[in-house]
Design a protein around this ligand. Structure first.
Ligand SMILES: *Cc1c(COP(=O)(O)O)cnc(C)c1O
Length: 452
């Protein structure tokens, strides 16, 4: 075809329906009510572009627009079946919420009395319900405060406890200056609030005298950080909270314990993991934990401890900048009041029951049953293996599984694609089987294409 003949009446591109005609289709009109004008126009434009590029026939444009609008989720976050065996997986949104927590979150999504006393018709304390639930779950605390996340709780604490430039030192052991994820370092977080970091001890050993030597008129607080994601072993020593507490009390300095994981009470399966009740009973004045690690709730920073310390934090202007939203407050309260959270269920999975379930699934998808340790993951017991099982499949399945619907995230190890059911709700076993079959179909389709 000569260049000047291209744009003739015969050009199929002329048959691509115009935008106003597509927008006027009744189904598209309805989609505009649900999706917003710019989103719908974007979809229409993208389909027209595909027709212009010759990827679809002009006649198929209206049907393709309807299909694209129908498939379009209202948010880009997709639900995932976590088949990694890692319980608190930060890349996968950490703790999955319990049913009651999901329900509470939905109910709070509209107008709600988060800061209002319905009987009196007056303003009330924000988050009063979750505070009561926290104090019920942690009777050793005098008061509680919930903020946006664990890092915010720590930043608020070091900021609010510093009393001017002459008294802004936060004393921390050198063995506890950790990076918590992707370049975020707790020492940087502390100094970013304007506090001065006063490092004591060495990487492997810190003694009580290191603290007593450092405490002085410039001390704002003493901070113990649980090194939740690494271990030092060998010639080590740290000062337990129970030993540090009387030292701080005598000096009139608050002792802060950043525990990370948010275990409310000791957990037999994680003997080295500190818990909130024990830390408070051992004499910590303030305990910091995340809501979405082993506590099993929404993203939140939980502060529990002495009433005067909590009051000081709650009064600080930064408290407003890091306050928890109503959805998190609702979900956290329901998590605390509800049944055992899904993260703890996953942690306490009976290996024998898991073996039987995994063997049944392996048979249905033609996979092999292999031993596979689960992990707690972020924020606690990171190195503790949790004995369990997995279905071993061909490694090529990993990508189609991840990009399928539902999306399934497996572990790829030594030439195998492993599905660990520990963190997959049992009710989703059928979906998982379907997902594996669909992934195999996708692979088969891909292999056929080059031969065509
Ligand atoms: C996870 C963790 C944090 C940060 O908490 P986020 O809720 O992730 O902000 C702080 N300190 C410790 C010890 C942690 O394990």
């Amino acid at each position: 075809m000569r260049e000047d003949q291209r744009e003739t009446a015969e050009d199929p591109r002329r048959r691509i329906p115009r935008t106003d005609r597509l927008l006027a289709l009744p189904e598209v009109e309805r989609a505009r009510a649900a999706l917003g004008e710019h989103v719908v126009r974007g979809v229409v434009r993208a389909v027209q572009d595909r027709a212009r590029g010759g990827h679809i026939a002009p006649e198929d444009v209206p049907a393709e627009v309807l299909r694209a609008l129908g498939d379009r989720p209202s948010a880009s976050l997709r639900p995932v079946l976590n088949a990694t065996g890692v319980i608190v997986h930060t890349n996968l949104g950490r703790a999955p919420l319990s049913e009651p927590a999901r329900q509470a979150l939905l109910e709070a999504a509209g107008y709600t009395d988060v800061e209002f006393d319905l009987a009196q018709g007056t303003r009330s304390r924000r988050g009063a319900g979750v505070r009561t639930a926290l104090l019920g779950a942690c009777p050793d605390a005098e008061d509680a405060l919930v903020v946006n996340n664990g890092a915010a709780a720590l930043a608020l604490t070091t900021t609010a406890l510093a009393a001017g430039p002459e008294r802004d030192e936060v004393i921390v052991s050198r063995g506890e200056l950790i990076e918590i994820g992707a370049g975020f370092r707790l020492p940087d977080l502390i100094t970013s609030t304007g506090s001065t970091l006063r490092e004591v001890g060495t990487t492997n050993r810190t003694h009580a005298t290191d603290y007593t030597d450092a405490i002085g008129p410039a001390t704002a607080c003493v901070l113990r950080i649980h090194t939740s994601n690494y271990r030092i072993s060998g010639f080590t020593s740290a000062v337990p909270i129970a030993e540090l507490a009387p030292i701080c009390r005598d000096a009139g300095i608050p002792l802060i314990a950043d525990l990370g994981s948010g275990l409310l009470t000791p957990e037999a399966l994680l003997p080295d993991e500190p818990d909130i009740a024990t830390a408070l009973r051992d004499g910590a004045d303030l305990v910091i934990a995340s809501g979405d690690k082993l506590l099993g709730g929404p993203q939140a920073g939980i502060l529990l401890g002495r009433a005067d310390v909590i009051a000081r934090l709650a009064r600080h202007p930064l408290a407003r900048a890091v306050r928890a939203d109503k959805l998190a407050l609702a979900a956290l309260e329901a998590t605390l009041a509800g049944p055992t959270a899904p993260v703890l269920e996953a942690l306490r999975t009976d290996p024998e029951a898991l073996r039987e379930r995994t063997a049944r699934l392996a048979e249905r998808v033609d996979g092999r049953l292999v031993p596979h340790d689960g992990r707690v993951g972020g924020g606690g017991g990171a190195e503790v293996p949790l004995p369990g099982w997995a279905v071993a499949l061909e490694p090529e399945l990993a990508t189609p599984l991840r990009t399928g619907d539902p999306a399934v995230v497996p572990t790829v190890r030594e030439g195998e694609c492993l599905l660990d059911l520990r963190c997959v709700p049992e009710a989703d076993d059928d979906s998982l089987v379907e997902a594996v079959r669909a992934a195999r179909d996708t692979l088969a389709g891909r292999e056929e294409r080059p031969t065509r």
